[in-house]
Design a protein around this ligand. Sequence first.
Ligand SMILES: [Zn+2]
Ligand SMILES: [Zn+2]
Length: 307
Amino acid sequence: MGHVVVPDGHPDLLETAERRWAAIADARPDLAPAVALQRRLLGLMLDLATTIAARGLPRLSLPPKYLAAKLARGVPVFAGEPIPLPVPVLGSTLRAMCDALADGGAGEAATHIREAVDNGSMEVGSLLAASLKRDQAAIRVGATHRGLAPDLVWLVAELAVGPFLHLVQRGLFDRAEREALRTALDEWARGYCPACGSWPAVAEVVAGHRTLRCSFCAGAWELPTYACIYCDERGEPFVTAAPNEERKDRRVELCSTCGGYLKTIDLDELSPFPLLAISDIETTDLDVAAMEHGYGRPALKDFSVKG
Ligand SMILES: [Zn+2]
Ligand SMILES: [Zn+2]
């Protein structure tokens, strides 16, 4: 239980992605434009990950025992830690992502973000740092002040920082041979990511194992109990339903105690980075079904006090 290692260096990553995209376009022709945009964004994320890996990751002085103590208090390891960001590299990917989003349906709203970054009215280093800190309020205020679409600013920063944080997370967790951190990760039993504190995008179920997948850093972890990931409800108010009778492999966990929902999808293997985004787009109808019934996803947790 706890942290799950998703194998790196998938032998046929792009073939797998293309196969999954083809299946989506087949089942949902209306999603073709979204798939085309995702193909372009995923290409940028892969290029970024290659660039970051070649440059090397920052050296973090985070002693395993210190991190284990944080995890034991329910605080994700990166919360409140200063992690140096490779701003020029991430900034140029962020600009390219604005262009992709502009072409892919976001139009001028995305172009305006790129312009604000280019002319310096929005400082890209601050934006990326706020995204890393998961500071939704700061990004919202900064965007609104500049007449930019807050949700799109949040998204584009998240897309640029996510691949970096993914690599930092893997560097720390997958090689956590040191006893203290390994044990604390194995014991992690919260619904939010032990690395960055974000909620999962989906739960991927492989061979009966329900693995939560972080929407930001693609982290993977399994819980010891089958309960609402947001409020731990495990009684009658917590139900799992398949909105489409024909597709029992795609379900949604609903909790009437807290009003939260979580999408779950059966797969042959856990999605390697950055293919998790495909599981998310594959299940957009589940988001719609859950929201139509009044369920939602809670706000990000704030660790700024406890961290
Ligand atoms: Zn995470
Ligand atoms: Zn709940």
